[in-house]
Design a protein around this ligand. Structure first.
Ligand code: NI
Length: 180
């Protein structure tokens, strides 16, 4: 396994549509997923798409920290993924991206989705997800369409360095919630 370089905002591969994986159960696909896993864990991320490591294929991996078993990190890999919304309800939440280090943006996502894709053995995975889990899948799926969260901001001003967002946005939200 290897830790690979992550493409950053401005690299054209992040704006390309990823190609369908034909050789789902091949060693090559397995190796890509292993490298993505090692790269994501090294970068302390919770999701990664193949285009972010310069591989133009429809593969995403993610972990949902709150769903980890005790002492064990559970990582899901999805090949050729897709999703449908279960309700029209949406949520606004702050998102980061390993391709846009140090920054956060406020993004609207569907609250509940059903996603599907193949695992590396060729089995179909189908799952209903909500909250952070649903958000990560939508964010990573976007990467495969060449879409970054910066083009989905709730408004253009809701984007900045994590420290400033904490200082000027999140504190404000907490105060607002407390005064309600
Ligand atoms: Ni991302």
């Amino acid at each position: 396994m290897s830790i690979l370089k992550i493409a950053r905002l401005g690299h054209p591969i992040l704006l390309q549509k990823a190609k369908i994986v034909e050789d789902i159960t091949s060693n090559k696909t397995k190796k890509i997923i292993q490298d993505m896993t090692e790269t994501m864990l090294d970068a302390k991320g919770i999701g990664l798409s193949a285009p972010q490591i310069h591989i133009n294929r429809q593969i995403i991996i993610f972990r949902v920290p709150e769903e980890d078993d005790e002492k064990k990190i559970k990582i899901t890999a999805l090949i050729n993924p897709g999703f449908t919304k279960i309700t029209d309800k949406t949520e606004n939440e702050w998102e980061g991206c390993l391709s846009i280090p140090g920054m956060l943006g406020l993004v609207k996502r569907f609250s509940i989705i059903q996603y599907e894709g193949s695992d590396m053995r060729g089995n179909i995975i189908q799952k209903k997800a909500e909250g952070l889990h649903a958000r990560i899948v939508q964010h990573e799926y976007d990467h495969l369409q060449g879409i970054l969260y910066t083009s989905r901001l709730v408004d253009n001003s809701a984007f900045g360095y994590a420290e400033e967002i904490e200082e000027y946005w999140k504190k404000k939200e907490i105060e607002k919630n407390q005064s309600q």
